[in-house]
Design a protein around this ligand. Structure first.
Ligand SMILES: [Zn+2]
Length: 141
């Protein structure tokens, strides 16, 4: 399924509401800022209810992908019904490191950091809201 950056369609909201984390003194990650950029599916009529996250850093010009994380906020049952037998519902729900997209040796640590962010209900609600905004913006296409 085609994934497109939220930031491209909503530059202002994206700049304001994209989650980033500043890391200091961790054993498993270099110090500095990590941005969790959201990508959503732009396939017309699709209802996949998931986000793909590219972890990027200003230190590497916002271009090197440090990890690619896939995450769905609905229940396992939802993805089981939605995906049929074609996809693994546990992988669709995630969060997991997407094997088809770029990763780095820091990916497992960044997945842990993302899991930590998900403990905040506000963040999960924000992702859902962004998905809805993104999907609504496709309606006229
Ligand atoms: Zn989709």
């Amino acid at each position: 399924m085609p994934m497109a950056p939220f930031m491209e369609r909503f530059p202002e909201v994206g700049a304001r509401e994209t989650r980033s984390v500043t890391v200091t003194n961790r054993q498993d990650l270099p110090d500095g800022e990590y941005g969790f950029l959201e990508f959503y599916c732009n396939e017309p009529g699709c209802d996949c209810r998931r986000v793909m996250i590219d972890v990027l850093r200003p230190e590497t010009g916002w271009s090197k992908i440090w990890a690619t994380i896939s995450y769905g906020w609905e229940s396992l049952d939802f993805y089981r019904k939605w995906g049929g037998t074609a996809s693994d519902p546990i992988e669709t729900k995630g969060p997991y490191l997407d094997p088809l997209n770029p990763q780095s040796k820091y990916s497992p640590a960044l997945l842990n950091l993302f899991r930590f962010l998900l403990q905040s209900p506000d963040y999960v609600e924000r992702l859902k809201g962004h998905y809805q905004m993104f999907r609504d913006s496709l309606a006229g296409c």
